[in-house]
Design a protein around this ligand. Structure first.
Ligand code: PHE
Length: 330
């Protein structure tokens, strides 16, 4: 009788084992048959107590051999499953190694670092400011009047919340950090401000809604336009080489007076790369610096523009497309 039971269980086990494909169901099956408390084999042994002593030895053997059959089959199945699903690259020492790709800096970051480095060597230190600004810091404090075209909805990303009299926007230039710094630190000052700026421009070869600037501000006693020129020419020679031809063109910015734009001559073309000027006394008065005692100059470089000019990149869009075929060249 017990013989038949063992035979039935053996068939049941073989049938169930066939359907096993993963470790959790294998563990279940293991529990069902060789579980220490309620396993089916355990109950077979319990039945042994009820049979006659003549039969007991033979049946005991039969159960034991069934038990080892089950255990052997289970561990074979386990090995099989592990080979199929559990094979991890790191555990298999015969698996060929894989190359770890080491990234590199984006061209814009490389150029920014190079520019920063030149100014650090000239004794500047770095300040930063928020990319979300108030219209006070971005415009008003910089002597940019209410009706100035730069404030236009079409040019500026305004955010749709206000706090008191403040409107919030994505900064359109790094110049607000001039104000923030002068409110916080007394002159003499010699700072640069690298960062992202935003304008509502349709992207094309020379426009992008986000680009990068590096602002400079020097404030002290008897700082002159000659200092401005000397500084920028020294910078441009360090960046483009001693032979570079530089041109200062009169221009206008509400926060500098006089103002200029600077071009460099490359391959027969004059290319504009920065705006600059002497800090307007109205700006000093706004931040509580006495314009009788202090003078200063400021400049703003377009980093993307410099990268295009220096590396012969024809469109701004390449910087933001993230196409590795472009980026890997630098
Ligand atoms: N903020 C100006 C711009 O974005 C550049 C500038 C900076 C001009 C500092 C003069 C002085 O166009």
């Amino acid at each position: 009788m017990l013989d038949d039971v063992i035979e039935k269980l053996r068939k049941e086990f073989i049938e169930k084992l066939k359907g096993i494909k993963d470790e959790p169901s294998l563990l279940n099956l293991k529990g069902e048959f060789v579980g220490r408390k309620r396993g089916k084999i355990k109950s077979l042994f319990k039945e042994l107590g009820k049979v006659s002593s003549e039969e007991r030895g033979k049946l005991g053997q039969a159960i034991n051999s069934f038990k080892s059959f089950v255990e052997k089959s289970l561990s074979e199945k386990e090995r099989e499953i592990k080979q199929k699903t559990g094979k991890k690259k790191g555990e298999d020492y015969t698996y060929p190694g894989y190359r770890i790709e080491i990234g590199k800096k984006h061209l814009l970051k490389q150029v920014l670092d190079e520019v920063i480095d030149i100014f650090l060597k000239m004794g500047y230190h770095i300040e930063t400011g928020p990319e979300v600004e108030t219209d006070y810091f971005n415009f008003t404090a910089l002597n940019i009047p209410e009706e100035h075209p730069a404030r236009d909805e079409h040019d500026t990303f305004y955010l749709d919340f206000e706090k008191g009299k403040d409107k919030f926007l994505l900064r359109t230039h790094t110049s607000p950090v001039q104000i923030r710094t002068m409110l916080k630190k007394r002159p003499p000052l010699k700072i640069i401000v690298p960062g992202k700026v935003f304008r509502k421009d349709e992207p094309d070869d020379t426009h992008s809604p986000v680009f990068h600037q590096l602002e400079g501000l020097v404030v002290g006693k008897s700082i002159s336009f000659a200092d401005l020129k000397g500084t920028l020419i020294t910078f441009l020679k360090a960046l483009f080489g001693d032979e570079i031809k530089v041109r200062f063109r009169p221009s206008f910015f509400p926060f500098t007076e006089p103002s200029a734009e600077v071009d460099v001559l490359l391959d027969g073309d004059w290319l504009e790369i920065l705006g600059c000027g002497m800090v307007d006394p109205a700006v000093f008065s706004e931040v509580g610096v006495d314009p009788e005692e202090f003078t200063g100059f400021a400049f703003g470089l377009g980093i993307d523009r410099i990268a295009m000019v220096k590396y012969g990149v024809k469109s701004l869009r390449y910087f933001y497309d993230n196409d590795l075929r472009f980026l890997r060249q630098f």
